[in-house]
Design a protein around this ligand. Sequence first.
Ligand SMILES: Nc1ncnc2c1ncn2[C@@H]1O[C@H](COP(=O)(O)OP(=O)(O)OP(=O)(O)O)[C@@H](O)[C@H]1O
Ligand SMILES: [Mg+2]
Length: 497
Amino acid sequence: MSRIVGIDFGTSNSSVAFHDGKSAQIIEMADGSRLLPSIIAFDQDNDVLVGAPAAAVGKLAPLKCFRHIKRLMGTVFNRVENVNSQVVEGDDGFVALKGPDKTYRPQQFGAVLFATLLDAAEAQYDERPDGVVVGVPAGFKDPQRAAIREAAEIAGIAPDRIWLMAEPVLAAIMYAQGRKKFSTIAVYDWGGGTFDFTLLRCKEGKLEVIGTRGNATLGGKDVDEILVRHCVRFWKEKTGADLGLHSLTMARIREHAEGTKIDLTGNPRSAVRVDYVSTDGGDGIQHMNVPITREEFEGMARSTVEETFIPCRELMAEYAVTPAMLDEVILVGGMTRMPLVHQMVEKEFGKKPSSRVSVTEAVALGAATYAAVAIERRGGEDFLLKDKATHTLAVETLGDIPFVVIKRGEALPAERVVQLTTSKDNAAVVGFHLLEGDSDKASRNSLLVRDYPEVSPGAAGDPTEEYRVRREVDSSIHVTHLGSGRVVYSSKGAEPA
Ligand SMILES: Nc1ncnc2c1ncn2[C@@H]1O[C@H](COP(=O)(O)OP(=O)(O)OP(=O)(O)O)[C@@H](O)[C@H]1O
Ligand SMILES: [Mg+2]
């Protein structure tokens, strides 16, 4: 029997769920926990550890421990942003991770996380899942999505048994369960690495995305950094030592900062405690203990929380949706547990956010439900999803100008034929550059496809080669060169259906 599980492949935590035809259930890990910390580490023999044992290594040997892997997957190396000493430039120009023995692609670590989730499902059902529905941030671009697919493939799942779905849509499926009336809802999803805001209309069996915006580089880890910077300032004032120069100490503080942030959710005061920290860059050593109250922390974090409202306001304005028109605001993601986030969301939208869906389990449960009702067509009525493109696809033209092919906000699936023209008399080749992104400067968008077909001689401006560009409802992109029928690009790595 085929078995498709739902997976929340998170920046901080991952989980897996299965829908048995009646309801979706989270599958427990071997140690009984419902979440797998998305952490990989190496032990003394350089064997790979996953989840909680990997987190324990992080406290002692942070440079042998790898966190927030999802946020690095499918991203181009950038000297300014990738300041962590574990992050290096791979041969392909993408981010790579420096392990104790060799360099790894983030997808390889992602695959270990996928395999651990599949192991848990196999232990529960005596059968290994052969398909996965995986939640991805709505704002992820194609290379990031391709990297997540690749991780699932390395873990043994066939390409045509991997479905990537926007995380807020999956959370909304859980909200819509059992609802008979259409409601307009907003999903405010703030996890460890990304922020997504999505407006939807939904009722049981039907979901229509109104629009989505987000910030793929704003997550709980950035809130942890606020505490890290606070510790660095505190230490500088106390001892004069500049910890910014000590990458190992910085990594150790980072390991503790998240715990302090979570502690402040339940307690009015806490402290970041790190043993054996250098005081002067030389021999001086002291234990670091940086006390902090919730109020102080909230003062520091307020502007970061405020940043999440920028995409929310833009999207609401674009679709003329006012807070009063929302039936419900759904909170998803661990960061929404922070009391300040809760309060500021309530104030922003003028209503108490809903607690009908579990903030950390909704994505995996929604993915499992999608697998059952939309893919395997069991467990209830028909399922209909209307989604929209989250990024524009365009072809680069002269003068750094993108010529729009499929626009952000267009209903999916969408398909266009693009005809190129030559720029010079008797040109021997023409260039086809397909871009993904919403900037009006071609060079600021990501280059997805490059193709240089030969053309017969003609005058400048003559129409030449044609390409068909198609974006499916799951956001996958397929490009075909029409003259030859050659598949130039497919997000799924295989011939499009
Ligand atoms: N009680 C809490 N108080 C404050 N923050 C919390 C709490 N619990 C979890 N978090 C934070 O929530 C984040 C993790 O949330 P979650 O598990 O939803 O993220 P994720 O799904 O792994 O990430 P993403 O969806 O961005 O890929 C972390 O930054 C974590 O520190
Ligand atoms: Mg998440």
